[in-house]
Each structure stands twice: as C-alpha cells, then as structure tokens.
Design a protein around this ligand. Structure first.
Ligand code: PEP
Ligand code: MN
Length: 296
C-alpha cells in the first residue's frame, strides 16, 4: 500500500502516519518529492478498516493498493527516474578469480587513480567487509541475482549496488531482488540487463531489449545494459550497444582488456584497450541521439 499525502501535509502529519503504520508492524518508507510526500508501507496487506481510517484523514490525498510484489522500486512509489551519481559519473569493473590478491591490486590502482569510481563484483556475503574501503559500488553478478543472504547484507552495507538480471530470471524476479535490497536499506540500486538464456546458441546470451524497455516503464531505477555478456562476442558489442541505447538504457557496462587473448575470463568479448577509444567514438552518435530523444 502507498499513501500519497496532500501537498499541504506537514512533516508532523507525515510522522503521525509513520508512527501509526509502525505500530501496526509495517515499515513506512518516505519519499519526499517536490510537491508531495509518499509513504510506502512495507509488509503484508493492511486490513481494510485501517485503510478506510487512513483514507478519511484530512492530510491524506490517496491510498494506492500495489498488487505488485515490488513497491520501493516501483514507479507507483516514485514516479520520476532515480539518478545515481558516483563521483560524477556512472561506471563499470570485472573479474572473480584473484580474491585477496585482486583486492590488493585494486587498492594499489585506487591509490594511483583516486578520482575514478570503482565497481566490484562481490561473490558472497563474507567478502563485503573486505571490499568496503576499495569499492564505491558493489556489483551482484547474474548468478547471485537471487542470493537473498547476499542481497540482505548488501542492503545494509550503505553503498550503491548494480544488480544484474539472473541468467534465467524474469523481470519480476529481478525487480523483487531490487526490492529486497531496498527493503534492507540500500538507497541506490542500478539494474543491469546482461542477457538471458534462450535456445539460441549463436550468441552467449540473448540481450533482452524488449524487457529493458518494458522494465524502464515499471521502475524508477536506472538500468544499464551489458552488451559484452549480452552477445559474448567482440563483433557484437558495438551493434548491441547501439541497440541498447535505442531501447532506452541509462548506461553501458562494457568489458575491455589490454590483451584479450590472455584474459582470465570472457576473452571473446573483451574490447582490446587500444581500441576502446574507437568503440566510444563509434557509439557516440547513438548516445547523442538517445540523449536528444530523452530531452524531447
Ligand atoms: C561479469 O560482469 O564479468 C560477469 C560475470 O557478468 P554476469 O554476472 O552478468 O555473468
Ligand atoms: Mn566478465
């Protein structure tokens, strides 16, 4: 259930309702927009009598029943897009194999380039602590998309999270995972469409652009697309990037490597670092077009 307060409602009015909701063992989540305050009530459905009492309050404009299993991530709760600012930009990072050594390398790189924002995939809940001082954003990999222990702890970690869609995850499952992160305290979730498994084998995954466009309409959260895992082949990264920009993604998560033949993972899809500038130049007109379409 979502309570929309009247524009004239004061902070004290909002607090009164939050206290009431809390006494009924629901968790109130408040979003303050430019005109109105919205309170999402997290928990199972509130009984109809209480709803009627709430509706009758002079400070309440409307009660919306959300039948969706996700509320915090829903546009019903927050109609405008969420913009997540990570040191001024939205960014990327990769690899699961180096463990402690990887963190050491990351710490060194961070020391030399302190102004870059770092995103690190966290494979399990026990690795969160060791990454807290080196990463700006945690990434949840596709295989961990429904690892609720990890999501719960990440929710409490106080950093933004990039949540990849599960390999065989539906959009609703993906949004429910995002909901779980937010219900556990994460304020900034970025969704990542990285392709799903289909019967097709010519591509590594099937970058699901229809779902990306549909999900943009369901949630206020930003969605980035991963054309590297989406196609799994170097030659597909550029066309899939163009297509994802056309479908309305908010950013691209792209893999690059100085010497892809010797990459420990995903060698076939890495853009050689020396060619990364060309890639950026090649997609620039599509990026401009996508941005102009948004402004229109
Ligand atoms: C990755 O980003 O390198 C990765 C492992 O991606 P995914 O979780 O989408 O497979
Ligand atoms: Mn990878």
């Amino acid at each position: 259930m979502i309570i929309i307060m009247k524009p004239t409602a004061t902070q004290a009015d909002v607090q009164t309702i939050c206290d009431w909701i809390t006494s009924l063992r629901y968790q109130p989540r408040v979003t303050t927009g430019s005109d109105q305050t919205i309170i999402a009530c997290i928990g199972s459905e509130i009984n109809p009598q209480t709803v009627a009492q709430l509706e009758a309050l002079p400070t309440v404009q409307e009660i919306i029943h959300v039948s969706k299993k996700y509320k915090l991530v829903s546009r019903d709760f927050k109609p405008e897009d969420t913009v997540i600012d990570i040191k001024g930009t939205k960014v990327t990072y990769d690899f699961q194999g180096l463990k402690e050594e990887g963190i050491r390398v990351l710490r060194e790189v961070k020391r030399d380039f302190p102004d870059i924002a770092y995103i690190t995939e966290v494979p399990g809940p026990t690795q969160i602590e060791g990454l807290m001082d080196v990463t700006d954003v945690f990434q949840v990999g596709a295989r961990n998309s429904q690892n609720y222990d990890l999501l719960e702890r990440l929710g409490k970690a106080g950093k933004p999270v990039i949540l990849k869609r599960g390999i065989a995850g539906t959009v609703e499952e993906w949004l429910q995972s995002a909901e779980y992160l937010m219900a556990n305290g994460c304020k900034e979730v970025i969704l990542c469409e990285r392709g799903i498994r289909t019967y097709e084998t010519i591509t590594r995954n099937c970058l699901d652009l229809g779902s990306l466009a549909a999900t943009k309409r369901l949630t206020h959260l930003p969605i980035v697309a991963d054309p590297s895992h989406g196609g799994g082949k170097l030659e597909l990264v550029e066309p899939l990037s163009r297509a994802a920009l056309g479908a309305g993604c908010d950013g691209l998560l792209v893999e690059t490597h100085p010497d892809p033949k010797h990459a420990f993972s995903d060698a076939a899809q890495q853009i050689p670092s020396a060619q990364f500038g060309d890639y950026l130049k090649a997609i620039a007109p599509w990026r401009e077009l996508a941005m102009a379409a948004r402004r229109a």
